[in-house]
Ligand binder design. Sequence first.
Ligand code: SF4
Length: 206
Amino acid sequence: MVNVKQILTALGKAYPLAKTELQFNSPYELLVATILSAQTTDRQVNKTTPKLFSYYPTPEALATANCEHVAQLIKGVGLYRTKARYLVATAKILTESFQGQVPHTLAELLTLPGVGRKTAKVVLANAFGIPALAVDTHVFRVTRRLGLASGNTPEQVEKELENSIPPEEWIVTHHRLIRHGRQVCRARRPLCNECCLRSYCPSAKN
Ligand code: SF4
């Protein structure tokens, strides 16, 4: 039987200060950075956004942008042409339907181009402090290995985790699981011998 409380405590000790690595100064900047972060490292996004925001500091400015200009500014990130279109389309919706503000409900965020459940939950959690547990590739892999979840899709895993983890722990647990997935429970060759969760983990290898 998986002991959720012990796992959360061990993660808390290992990564007490875990938080998002994306750099942002407003909900708008976080939304843009999170859209850019799909299939791209946070480090690359952080290298890209300062120039983008110097040209387009607000949704109103980005809504009138030429997609090709935005694409050139974000060329270092994966799928940059598609993301440029998403960014401009999202900025138009923010301007026209949300008074230039980033909405703070899941349903409203999901109406924005380029925003799926993971992106929406990252924005809810990190821009507004609203309890949300985004399941990215690290959270998906680590929690399944730990036996905290068994679902075959991120949405199934999200439901399982939200049922077993108290809401006040969702945001920080998301960040801690990502840190653990990047540093220790890697996709290939997880470092089980160095893992603080080893004694609770049914997937631990020698
Ligand atoms: S023991 Fe291994 S598989 Fe289990 S969480 Fe740690 S690194 Fe991942």
